[in-house]
Write a protein that binds this ligand. Structure first.
Ligand code: URP
Ligand code: ZN
Ligand code: ZN
Length: 466
C-alpha cells in the first residue's frame, strides 16, 4: 500500500487549523501529527509532498450538479467525464448529481440511466440525488428502496409546470415518505404556475430579452414558495433543504423557520453571491449567459446571502453546475427569453470563488471549508468519509496556494462550455495539487487523473439534523 506524507502545510478543516503533517496509506488518511514533532518526522513514506506555504484542505463536495442533463430542448454540455475532470481542476473531489425520473417512468429507470452515464467516466467520486417528476403510489414506494441503496435525497420542483412540477399534495406525500424513510426533500422553491402567467404576459408585451427572465421570476414568488415548502414540511414532520436560494426575502423565511428550531436548511450558489441582474441586462443577447433559475437578483440581495452564510441560516454553497454553450444552446432563446436553457457553469470555480470570499472578509477560512466541504458531506450522508481531513477519511485532499493569483476565463477553464460566467475576474488563491482517494489527479497545472477513477458513493441519510 502506497504511503504518502504531506508535510508542513496549514491543515484547515471546518473544526480547526493546525500546522500538521498528514499521513496517507493507500486511499485513506491514517494520521495527523503536529509539524516538526518527532512523531511526524519519524514517518517514512513512498512519496513526500512539500506543502510549506500552502493550505491543506479537504477536497470540495459539490452537492448540486447536472452533468448531461436533458433540459430546455437540449442537454447540459458537460458529460460526467468532462465535468468531473473540471471539478477536480478546481479542487472539488466529490459531486452529487441529480438523476431524473421521467414523467410516466419509474425512479429505478431514471437512476439506472444516470448510473449508466456516470459509470466508468468520472474522474472523482460521485453520488446521486433523485429528481421526483412524477409523484405517485409507485414512486413513493420506490423512495424507500433508493434510500436503502444510498440515494437518500429527492428533489421536488414547485416550478416548471409540465416538466418537473409537483403540486402541493404531491409534495406533501413525498415529504411524509421522507419523514418515514429518512430521505431528505430538496426543494426548487419558485411558484411556477404564477411565473408562467407572467412569462406569457411579458412575451405578449414584446419583452423578449434575457433580462425579463429575472423580472418575471419575481423575488416574491421565491419567498412565497420557500414559505409554503416550510409549512408543508412542518405538516409532514420532515426536514427540508431549499436549493439555489437567491432572494433576501427567501433567506428571511429560512431564518424565521430556523429560529423556531426547525430542520430547515438552505443552499446558495456562487452566481448569486457574485453576479446580479446587471449581468442579465448585458447588451445584445449576452444576458443569456446568466439565465438560471432561481434567477440572478439585484446586487442588493448579495449582502443578505453573505450574512446568511455567516449566521448559518444558509449552510451550503453548491454550484448548480448546469452548463449550456452560448453558441447553439443559449441561442435557442433568441427572441424569446423563456426558451433560453436555464443553467450556469461553475463546478470548476466554486472553491476559488469562496476562497476569494475569505480574502474579501466575508467568511473565515474554516467557514470556507465548512460550507464547501464539511456541511455538504454531513447534509448528504457522506461524512466523515468526505468533507474533512481526519484518520479514516478518504484522502481527498487539496493543496491550496492562498497567495497565487489567477484570472478566470473560458480560454483556460476545463469545463466543456464556450464561455465563463466570471470572464476576466481576478482571484487570489489557486489549487496547486489535488488528491482523490490518495491518487494525485492534479499537480502544478498538470493532469494525472483518469476517467473511471471516480466511484459511486452510496450515502447515509442526513447527518445534519438538529
Ligand atoms: O437554472 C437552473 N438552476 N438549472 C438547473 C436545474 C435546476 O433547477 O436546478
Ligand atoms: Zn432547481
Ligand atoms: Zn439544479
Amino acid at each position: 500500500m502506497t504511503r504518502t506524507v504531506i508535510r508542513g502545510g496549514l491543515v484547515v478543516t471546518a473544526a480547526e487549523e493546525m500546522h500538521a503533517d498528514v499521513l496517507i496509506e493507500g486511499e485513506r488518511v491514517v494520521a495527523l501529527a503536529a509539524y516538526g514533532t518527532s512523531v511526524a518526522e519519524g514517518w517514512t513514506a513512498d512519496r513526500e509532498i512539500d506543502a510549506r506555504g500552502l493550505y491543506v484542505v479537504p477536497g470540495g463536495v459539490d452537492a448540486h450538479t447536472h452533468m448531461e442533463l436533458p433540459f430546455g430542448g437540449t442537454s447540459a454540455s458537460d458529460t460526467f467525464e468532462t465535468g468531473t475532470r473540471a471539478a477536480a481542476w478546481g479542487g472539488t473531489t466529490t459531486i452529487v448529481d441529480f438523476a431524473v425520473q421521467s414523467v410516466g417512468a419509474t425512479l429505478r429507470a431514471g437512476l439506472d440511466a444516470w448510473h449508466a452515464k456516470a459509470d466508468g467516466n468520472c474522474a472523482i467520486d460521485y453520488g446521486f440525488h433523485m429528481i421526483l417528476a412524477d409523484v405517485n403510489e409507485h414512486s413513493l414506494k420506490e423512495m424507500d428502496l433508493l434510500v436503502a441503496e444510498g440515494v437518500s435525497s429527492f428533489k421536488l420542483f414547485m416550478a416548471y409546470p409540465g416538466v418537473f412540477y409537483s403540486d402541493d399534495g404531491q409534495i406533501l406525500r413525498a415529504m411524509q415518505r421522507g419523514a418515514d424513510n429518512g430521505g431528505l426533500v430538496m426543494m426548487h422553491a419558485e411558484n411556477g404556475l404564477a411565473i408562467d402567467v407572467l412569462v406569457e404576459q411579458a412575451l405578449a408585451a414584446g419583452h423578449t430579452d434575457p433580462r425579463y427572465h429575472g423580472e418575471v421570476r419575481r423575488e416574491l414568488l421565491e419567498a412565497e414558495a420557500v414559505h409554503r415548502a416550510i409549512k408543508l414540511s412542518q405538516v409532514a414532520g420532515s426536514p427540508l433543504y431549499v436549493v439555489h436560494v437567491s432572494a433576501a426575502s427567501a433567506v428571511a423565511e429560512l431564518a424565521a423557520a430556523r429560529d423556531q428550531g426547525l430542520n430547515v436548511f438552505g443552499e446558495t450558489c456562487p452566481q448569486y453571491l457574485y453576479l446580479s441582474t446587471d449581468n442579465l441586462a448585458e447588451p445584445g443577447f449576452e444576458g443569456a449567459k446568466y439565465v438560471c433559475s432561481t434567477p440572478l437578483r439585484p446586487k442588493e440581495h448579495q449582502a443578505a446571502l453573505w450574512k446568511g452564510l455567516r449566521t448559518n441560516d444558509l449552510q451550503v454553497v453548491s454550484t448548480d453546475h448546469c452548463p449550456f454553450c452560448f453558441v447553439g444552446q443559449k441561442e435557442l432563446g433568441r427572441g424569446d427569453f423563456s426558451k433560453i436553457p436555464n443553467g450556469l457553469p461553475g463546478v470548476e470555480n466554486r472553491m476559488d470563488l469562496l476562497h476569494q470570499a475569505v480574502v474579501d472578509g466575508h467568511i473565515s477560512r474554516r467557514r470556507w471549508i465548512e460550507i464547501a466541504c464539511a456541511t455538504p458531506a454531513r447534509m448528504f450522508g457522506l461524512y466523515p468519509r468526505k468533507g474533512t481531513i481526519a484518520p479514516g477519511a478518504d484522502a481527498d485532499i487539496v493543496l491550496y496556494d492562498p497567495t497565487a493569483t489567477q484570472t478566470l476565463s473560458a480560454q483556460t477553464h476545463h469545463m466543456n462550455v464556450d464561455y465563463s460566467a466570471y470572464e476576466g475576474r481576478q482571484l487570489t488563491g489557486r489549487v496547486r495539487t489535488v488528491l482523490s482517494r490518495g491518487t494525485v489527479v492534479v499537480d502544478d497545472n498538470r493532469w494525472f487523473g483518469r476517467a473511471g477513477h471516480g466511484r459511486f458513493q452510496p450515502r447515509a441519510t442526513c447527518q445534519y439534523l438538529i
